[in-house]
Write a protein that binds this ligand. Structure first.
Ligand code: ATP
Ligand code: MG
Length: 407
C-alpha cells in the first residue's frame, strides 16, 4: 500500500506522537529505536525475548512470536508504519501487517532475501544490468541435482537456501564425496553450492529508497570477515577503486529499484581477481535492513543508516549523507569477554576509551557467548593513517582479529 507521510511531531487522536514499529528486537532494532526517538516518535518492538536489546529501550514491547496473530494486531493498532530489523521475520507476518499499515521493506522483498535461490535469480535479473554477476552456483534440492553438479563448482561452499547468517548453515566442500556428506548432514534441505572464489576483498553498499523511488546512500565499505563473521569495516575515500565503487552502487540501486524496494538495503559484494587492476565484482547477498557494515555511519556521517531507515518508512525526505571522518569499525563479539583459557574477563574499556576518536557501542545483551555480537567500536579521526593506528591499539587491548588485513 502507499504511505501517508508521517511528519515528526504529528500526533494521533489521543494527542500522542506517532509510533513507529519494528519486527525484531536485536541490536539493529535498538539503534533504529534510538534514531526514531530522536525525531520524537514513540516506538514499538515485537520480539518474543523479554530482555531483547531493542525491547528494553522502546516505549512499547510486544513480547510475542513473530507470527502471533494477537501480537501482530497489537503492533498494527499501535503503529503508523512498521519496519524490520532482521530478514528471517516470516514474510506472511509482514504481509498481514501490510493489509492495514505501510510496511517497509515489504514482504515480497524480505521473502527474496530469505531464500538464496530466489535471491540469486533476482540478482541475475537486476545486478546483471550493471555488469555484476553472482558466483557460479548450482541449486541442490533433489538427489538428481546433487549428482548433476558440474565438477568445476568444486571446491565450493554448500549453503542452506534459508536461515543462514554469520557463516551458519555453510559447509566448505572439496569434492563430490564431501558434498554428498555435507548435504546429508544438512538433512537434505534446499541448498546452493557456490564455487569457492579467490577473494581480493569484500565490500558492501547501503542505500535507502523512498516510497517515491528516490534513492540516497553511502559509498561502499570495505569489509573483513573472520570465520564467516564480519570483524572489521573500513570506510574512507579511496578504500575502493572509483570505477568499482560506482559499479557496486549502480548494481545496488538496480537490485532495489527492480522490486520497488522501500527502506534501507545493504548488498554485499566480493571483489575477485580477474586479471584486471581493479578486479571484478561478484554480488553475494542482500540484507533488507541496516547492516553491521554500516554501523560506522552513526559516528562518521551526518546522517546514519538508522536515520535513513526512519526517514524511508515514515515518508520523510531522504537526505544525501555526508561522511565527515574516515572510520574503522571493529565488531565486539562475545569472545572479548573470555581469555585464551576460556575464563571470563572484564574487557579493559578504560584503556580503549582513553584512545582518541573511539566510540563504544554496547547492545545491552545480558550474556556474552563466543561469536555473539555484543557491541562495536568505531574509530574516527582526521585521516585513515591515524584511524588505523588507533584501531590497531584498540584491537591489541581487546585481542580482536582482522587487523592484519589492513596491511
Ligand atoms: P551474513 O552474516 O553476511 O548474512 P552468511 O552466513 O549469510 O553471512 P555469506 O555472506 O554467504 O554468509 O558468507 C560469509 C562469508 O564467507 C563471506 O563474507 C566470505 O568471506 C565467505 N564466502 C562466502 N561465499 C564465498 C565464496 N563463494 N567464495 C569465497 N568465500 C566465500
Ligand atoms: Mg554475508
Amino acid at each position: 500500500m502507499s504511505s501517508l507521510p508521517i511528519f515528526p511531531g504529528s500526533v494521533d487522536a489521543l494527542g500522542q506522537p506517532s509510533t513507529l514499529g519494528v519486527m525484531g528486537g536485536g541490536q539493529l532494532g535498538r539503534m533504529f529505536v534510538h534514531a526514531a526517538q530522536r525525531l520524537g516518535y514513540f516506538t514499538a518492538v515485537l520480539d518474543p525475548d523479554p530482555t531483547s536489546p531493542a525491547g528494553r529501550v522502546s516505549h512499547h514491547h510486544i513480547a510475542t512470536g513473530y507470527s502471533d496473530a494477537q501480537g501482530l494486531k497489537q503492533l498494527a493498532a499501535l503503529c503508523a508504519a512498521v519496519t524490520t530489523e532482521f530478514e528471517n521475520v516470516p514474510a506472511d507476518a509482514l504481509a498481514a501487517l501490510a493489509t492495514s499499515r505501510p510496511v517497509a521493506p515489504g514482504a515480497a522483498a524480505v521473502a527474496i532475501a530469505q531464500n538464496r535461490i530466489e535471491e540469486k535469480s533476482h540478482f541475475t535479473a537486476s545486478a546483471g544490468v550493471a555488469g555484476v554477476t553472482c558466483a557460479p552456483y548450482a541449486v541442490i534440492e533433489t538427489p538428481a541435482q546433487l549428482d548433476a553438479v558440474p565438477p568445476d563448482l568444486l571446491p565450493g561452499i554448500l549453503k542452506t537456501a534459508r536461515m543462514g547468517y554469520d557463516g551458519k548453515g555453510q559447509v566448505r566442500v572439496g569434492n563430490m564425496a564431501e558434498l554428498a556428506v555435507a548435504w546429508a548432514d544438512l538433512r537434505g534441505v534446499p541448498c546452493v553450492l557456490e564455487k569457492r572464489l579467490p577473494l581480493k576483498a569484500e565490500c558492501s553498499v547501503i542505500i535507502a529508497r523512498g516510497w517515491d523511488g528516490a534513492i540516497t546512500g553511502f559509498a561502499p565499505q570495505y569489509n573483513v570477515h573472520v570465520d564467516g563473521i564480519l570483524a572489521l569495516t573500513a570506510a574512507y575515500e579511496g578504500n575502493m577503486p572509483p570505477a568499482l565503487a560506482q559499479r557496486a552502487r549502480a548494481a545496488t540501486e538496480s537490485i532495489a529499484s527492480h522490486i520497488g524496494y522501500v527502506g534501507v538495503l545493504c548488498v554485499e559484494f566480493f571483489v575477485i581477481d580477474d586479471g584486471s587492476d581493479d578486479g571484478a565484482l561478484v554480488v553475494n547477498e542482500m540484507a533488507p535492513r541496516p547492516h553491521n557494515s554500516g554501523h560506522y555511519t552513526l559516528d562518521a556521517c551526518d546522517v546514519s543508516q538508522f536515520d535513513l531507515q526512519v526517514h524511508a518508512m515514515a515518508g520523510l525526505s531522504l537526505p544525501q549523507p555526508r561522511q565527515h571522518s574516515p572510520a574503522i569499525m571493529l565488531n565486539l563479539l562475545g569472545d572479548v569477554w573470555f581469555d585464551a583459557a576460556g575464563q571470563t574477563r572484564a574487557p579493559d574499556w578504560q584503556a580503549v576509551l582513553a584512545l582518541p576518536g573511539t566510540h563504544l557501542h554496547l547492545y545491552g545483551k545480558l550474556e556474552a557467548r563466543a561469536g555473539r555480537k555484543m557491541g562495536h567500536l568505531t574509530i574516527t579521526g582526521a585521516n585513515i593513517a591515524g584511524v588505523t593506528a588507533v584501531a590497531r591499539q584498540a584491537a591489541h587491548i581487546l585481542a580482536l582479529p582482522g587487523l592484519d588485513a589492513l596491511g
